[in-house]
Design a protein around this ligand. Sequence first.
Ligand SMILES: [Zn+2]
Length: 352
Amino acid sequence: MAEELTDEEFETYSRQIVLNIIGLHGQEKLKKSRVAVVGVGGLGSPVATLLTAMGVGYIRLIDRDLVERSNLHRQHLYTSNDVGYPKVEIAAKRLRELNPYVEIDPLPLFIDDSTVMEAVRDVDVVVDGLDNFKARRAVNRACYKLSIPYIYASAIETYGSITTIIPGKGPCLECIFPNVSDEGLPTCSIVGVHPSILQIISGIEVYEAINILTKKNPILLGKLLLYDLVDLSSSMIDVNRSRYCPVCRELEAEREEIKYPIVEEVCAREGLATFMINPGQIKSFNLHEVVSKLNDPRYKLTTNSKLGVTLQIDRKIKFSLLITGVAIVEGVESREEALKIYTSLVESIINK
Ligand SMILES: [Zn+2]
């Protein structure tokens, strides 16, 4: 999709383009952006409406529910004619009517650990419209794994809370609410929910999402905002990373532990060894170029096949490179020596 706005789009968004905090540049960024709204109920319904109206280019709607009559006082994407239909189907239809320039992707999915990666893949931000912590914890883990910002929110009765989670930069949901379970928490069928609190909290979620998409600093990174309609009070609490968090601490340790390229010894004889080098991600070498760049009287090309080349570096050392970047260094004394040869040869191929 082109990032330039059509005249009609420009007119549609003109009152937010004149805002300093969005501007034309920001609007073009929104057009290129991709957001997943997980849950299109009380919070997700106004969130999806705002994001669509504001011109976010791609919006994935995820929800497992059908429209119920008891939703209609607060979920205004649905009308009394829609009772019994899948929420994402009706929501997608309404939102496409609201803004045909936005791509709406409805996904009738039950979010848990087995489906969540599919739900949040390839988006720039995930916005919370969920009604339970089991699904939120799965979303938090997936977003952390995939490094996707996640705006958490919940609201019930007359109060709500919200925070912005940026993987690696502040606490994750598990740091803030460790091991939280839905058991014993109030539900809206028992205690009810005032539609106004949903409008306030969803409005702030969208504000934060737009901040992230337009590359502004999110306000609620490391802060949990609490709001209560009863006395129109709000408070902002600092929230920190937990040293014991099983989600972000473990994932970070995993990431730190694996340092590429990985050098593995495959066999040794007479004090000389062979090492296999795994570059971490698949590279794609053009072997014709490799051969011409390594054309050096010091090296002798001993094998030149379709998928790999081998050079005799000196009397003892042989170096083979496969087109994927995997390399084998034979006849060296140590792992360090193998890595040094690999790095200098690959660098000379890449930089020459
Ligand atoms: Zn954490």
